[in-house]
Design a protein around this ligand. Structure first.
Ligand SMILES: [Mg+2]
Ligand SMILES: [Zn+2]
Length: 183
């Protein structure tokens, strides 16, 4: 069984810019390569988990999502870093699929396909739907203050399900996890 660090995409590994209808808009944060390299060196799996409902909404084709992920992989390669897997939900919210966060379907698929020990894994995201997906899967959650993180925290800091940890950004989150803050 492997441990994993699951990461949301928009607002967590890259700038939040709304619906990503043009690959030219895609911008990983400058600390994303170093952060994912640290995950790789830790022996944990680095897995991207992203809602891309723009596909089923008809805002952009699925091929564009793959192009964006190719750009991300190229940026990571410049830092000798890599993703072990990418999972995305293409569905419209009204489809009622089991894979759109806050549902845990993508995390459960990763558990099955990659042999992940969810109870010793982490989900890093900038929204409470990431926090909720982590709770639903039995993983630990980290809310970052990039993307929508600060606004989400201001809005939801009193709801019942809270992140296990708050971090400034992806690199901060990864360093805290690897330092054994949860141990
Ligand atoms: Mg996000
Ligand atoms: Zn889905």
């Amino acid at each position: 069984m492997h441990k994993a660090i699951f990461m949301d995409r928009d607002g967590t590994v890259s700038e939040e810019i709304g619906y990503m209808y043009d690959t030219g808009l895609y911008k990983p944060f400058p600390w994303t390569g170093p952060a994912i390299r640290k995950i790789n060196e830790s022996g944990m799996k680095a897995v991207l988990i992203t809602n891309q409902s723009g596909i089923e909404r008809g805002y952009f084709p699925e091929s564009l999502v793959h192009e964006v992920h190719d750009l991300l992989r190229a940026e990571l390669a410049r830092h000798n870093a890599k993703l072990d897997a990418v999972y995305f939900c293409p569905h419209h919210p009204e489809t009622g699929c089991d894979c759109r966060k806050p549902r845990p379907g993508l995390l459960l698929r990763a558990q099955q396909e990659l042999g992940i020990d969810l109870a010793h894994s982490y989900m890093i995201g900038d929204r409470y739907l990431d926090v909720d997906a982590a709770h639903a899967a039995g993983a630990r959650s980290v809310l970052v203050m990039t993307g929508n993180g600060r606004a989400e925290y201001a809005k939801y800091k009193h709801v019942a399900l809270q992140p296990h940890l708050i971090a400034e950004n992806l690199l901060d989150a990864v360093e805290l996890i690897i330092s054994g803050v949860f141990a």
